[in-house]
Design a protein around this ligand. Structure first.
Ligand SMILES: [Zn+2]
Length: 59
């Protein structure tokens, strides 16, 4: 089982871990994990994961 933070590579169980799952080919796939929400937030910012992605049509 992978326990390295997707963002910084540290052992997530040394911190306050959270897990991110995506939906691929009809299956829930856990493919990312982070030390904490701060690491997740930094990862999202660096990867521009919110760019063009929204569940709402207009703001
Ligand atoms: Zn980390």
């Amino acid at each position: 089982m992978v326990t390295e933070c997707t963002y910084c590579g540290q052992d997530i169980y040394d911190h306050d871990p959270i897990f991110v799952a995506e939906f691929e080919h009809g299956t829930r796939v856990q493919d990312k994990q982070f030390c904490n929400y701060a690491r997740l937030s930094a990862y999202i910012d660096e990867e521009d994961l919110t760019e063009g992605a929204s569940c709402k049509v207009d703001f």
